[in-house]
Design a protein around this ligand. Structure first.
Ligand SMILES: Nc1nc2c(ncn2[C@@H]2O[C@H](COP(=O)(O)OP(=O)(O)OP(=O)(O)O)[C@@H](O)[C@H]2O)c(=O)[nH]1
Ligand SMILES: [Mg+2]
Length: 242
């Protein structure tokens, strides 16, 4: 039977944070504003030196829709999301959203992203389909991002245009099926790997256009090692036995 109202299944938005004190309170509020009453925000903080974790605790103390997962040290986005996925699945989440905490991913897209998961198993907010894009990035960053997505698409032989993006909504069945325990990727490769595994497992994947904005506050955690990891890990995924 179809859902009575689209996009109202229990949705958890996971916000990984490392030194996002300048953004946290505003991003959490902006996310909750876009979610139905049953929606939740889970902040996954890797012991940020700037106090993001304590700030998140304060927000959680005053709002039952907010929870915080504290991890002892910075390990990259992948392990933070994996820990967050497990908490969300244990908590009964039906839809699990990945999203940056730095306003690069506009919370206004959330209803569309989550709503599309009524008809698809994985919804990708995509910079590289018609209507999507990137603002504020210089030519080098654009080149790395576009080149990275094309590289991954060709190496894996899948039709997805934006494989490295991190604004995605999974139905819980996907995360239950793709064996989270064997995902080791930490950076962009993590985004590629979750999408690739979903496709290989036969799930329906769709891209909906988003315009990605450069962060206005706080500092980037993008590094050469994150790019390097993606370069070797992505082709390795294809040859890995399931
Ligand atoms: N928990 C946790 N969060 C992280 C880690 N690395 C990055 N993040 C968060 O993941 C999100 C994306 O990281 P960014 O630093 O914005 O990376 P990016 O979007 O590739 O880089 P910019 O566009 O330059 O901001 C942000 O919310 C970060 O705070 C990490 O090691 N642990
Ligand atoms: Mg960012």
């Amino acid at each position: 039977m179809p859902d009575p109202t689209p996009g109202t299944k229990d949705a958890w938005v996971i916000l990984p944070t490392y030194n996002e004190a300048e953004n946290l309170e505003r991003i959490v509020a902006a996310v909750l504003e876009q979610l139905p009453g049953s929606g939740r925000v889970l902040v996954v903080d890797d012991n940020s030196p700037d106090g993001t974790g304590e700030l998140a605790d304060q927000l959680a103390a005053s709002n039952p829709s907010i929870s915080v997962l504290h991890r002892s040290h910075k390990e990259g986005l992948g392990p933070a999301y994996l820990a967050g996925f497990r908490v969300a699945l244990d908590g009964g989440a039906e839809r699990i959203v990945e999203m940056d905490a730095d306003f690069s991913h506009d919370p206004a897209y959330l209803p569309k992203l989550i709503g599309a998961a009524d008809h698809f198993d994985l919804v990708i907010g995509s910079r590289y389909v018609p209507g999507g894009g990137v603002t504020d990035w210089g030519p080098m960053r654009r080149f790395i991002s576009r080149g990275g997505s094309s590289y991954a698409r060709l190496a894996l032989g899948v039709p997805v245009r934006d494989l490295t993006g991190g604004f995605k909504c999974f139905r819980r069945e996907v995360l239950e099926a793709i064996n989270l325990d064997t995902i080791e990727a930490r950076g962009y490769a993590f985004q590629v790997e979750t999408t690739y595994r979903a496709i290989r497992a036969g799930f329906r994947v769709v891209e909906i256009p988003i315009v990605f904005k450069d962060r206005a506050d706080g500092t980037s955690k993008m590094s050469r090692s994150i790019v390097a990891e993606a370069i070797w890990r992505v082709p390795a995924m294809r040859f890995r036995r399931r």
